[in-house]
Ligand binder design. Structure first.
Ligand code: AMP
Length: 414
């Protein structure tokens, strides 16, 4: 079904066309009519499914031209980067209308955000902390909010924002439409949902635990002392366009970046200790190809949309199995293909098992041909996996060849 059959207003259909989208994704097909009907919605969808447009397009269409004091739409996001990205999406879709969107987040001065709010805006996309500041100052009123979007609620809970989120919900009028997105719905989130939503439609796209079907993933066992060397060797062996490397800690990210620069890679770094300008510069540089590698921590990279990330490398095994899914969701977005590699030392064995239990599949162990491993085996020998690389469990319909036919001579399965 084309976008034109979904009841969207014509000026936003033009916006969609200008973005180059031809067909709605499954979540868009299901969410757009549900939101247009005026119902509350609770949605879970894996990353890269087109969730932003699934709520932004019907929200814009519902707004029409009727102007009121103060914002009519409030979108809450867990991180600055996501807030900026979602606001940009609203602006892109609304480019053929006079609807105004404003982003409100920490890490930058108050001046510009304050003057945009004072000038009047229709849509505010905000992180909870800075929005609370503006609410306390009386700089923003939520009495005119008709549609409230709570995005990535599970991550807002992880980041300790849930109390602010509840306070913000209470400041919105009880008569409103609420759209609620969360990859997982643990009891605390279910409680927020039941207090924020009325008779919601439910939409679940794919199993929330599954990894994107076009990602090929593998574990590279290695002892800690050779980890960086193996990273360099992997970078030399793969045919990558752009690589996102995850580190557990901010200091770790800085260290990896420095060592990669010393090895003549062009590297951007993204973590919470960097200033907003540094983060913007890093993301823009990575998006434009000025940096071929970006080293990031989980929180900073959550939800970041960079087209064409060909590889994700987990320099550290994520502690939280759910982060594994989010990390590798950075590649293989919206039907592209990508590889996700995890460097794992023997100490990480239990974290690796937890990830495998969580995603319901065994991740193949690979050895990099020609790499001077100092230890015969970093992981206990296991039988050859019965199933193909990354094609088990929830994975269906994926090609059986390597995306770029690349590993060939360089790679050998254990
Ligand atoms: P999201 O899940 O909203 O972060 O979207 C993931 C990526 O898919 C973004 O780069 C979007 O611009 C892109 N995208 C979303 N919807 C479509 C569509 N219908 N056709 C093509 N690309 C899309």
């Amino acid at each position: 079904m084309p976008f034109t059959k979904l009841g969207l207003a014509p000026n936003f259909l033009r916006g969609v066309q200008a973005m180059g989208y031809t067909e709605p994704t499954p979540i868009q097909l299901r969410a757009i009519p549900a939101v247009m009907s005026g119902r509350d919605l609770i949605g879970s969808a894996q990353t890269g499914t087109g969730k932003t447009a699934a709520f932004a397009l019907p929200v814009l269409s519902l707004l029409g031209i009727h102007k009121k004091e103060g914002p009519r739409v409030l979108v809450l996001e867990p991180t600055r980067e996501l807030a900026a990205q979602v606001e940009t999406a609203f602006r892109d879709f609304a480019r053929f209308s006079d609807i105004r969107a404003t982003v409100v987040h920490g890490g930058v001065g108050y001046g510009r955000q304050r003057s945009e709010l004072r000038a009047g805006t229709d849509i505010v996309v905000a992180t909870p902390g800075r929005l609370m500041d503006f609410l306390q100052e009386g700089e923003i009123r939520l009495g005119g909010v008709q549609i409230l979007v709570l995005d990535e609620v599970d991550r807002m809970l992880d980041m300790g924002f849930i109390h602010d989120v509840k306070r913000i919900i209470q400041r919105c009028p009880p008569k409103r439409q609420t759209l609620f997105f969360s990859a997982t719905v643990p009891p605390e989130i279910a409680a927020v949902a039941s207090f924020a939503l009325r008779d919601p439609a439910r939409i679940e796209i794919g199993a929330t635990r599954s990894v994107p079907s076009l990602v090929t993933h593998a574990i590279y066992p290695v002892h800690q002392e050779q980890k960086f060397e193996l990273l360099l060797a992997l970078l030399a062996a793969i045919d990558f366009n752009s690589v996102l490397i995850f580190s557990r800690t901010k200091h770790g990210a800085d260290r990896i970046a420095k060592r990669l620069r010393d090895a003549n890679h062009s590297v951007a770094v993204l973590h919470a200790n960097r200033s907003q300008n540094q983060r913007i510069e890093a993301l823009e540089g990575f998006r434009s190809g000025r940096y071929e590698v970006m080293v990031a921590t989980d929180i900073a990279a959550r939800g970041i949309d960079v087209a064409g990330v060909s590889h994700v490398i987990n320099y550290d095994v994520p502690e939280n199995p759910e982060d594994y899914v989010h990390r590798i969701g950075r590649t293989g977005r919206a039907q592209a293909v990508g590889d996700a590699f995890t460097l794992a030392s023997p100490e990480n064995a239990s974290d690796v098992r937890a990830i495998e239990r969580f995603i319901g599949m065994e991740i193949p162990r690979l050895k990099l041909e020609g790499f001077p491993y100092k230890h015969a085996s970093a992981f206990p020998q296991r039988p050859e996996p019965q199933r193909q690389r990354g094609r088990q469990g929830p994975f269906q319909g994926a090609p059986s060849h390597h995306p770029r036919g690349k590993p060939g001579a360089h790679w050998r399965r254990r």
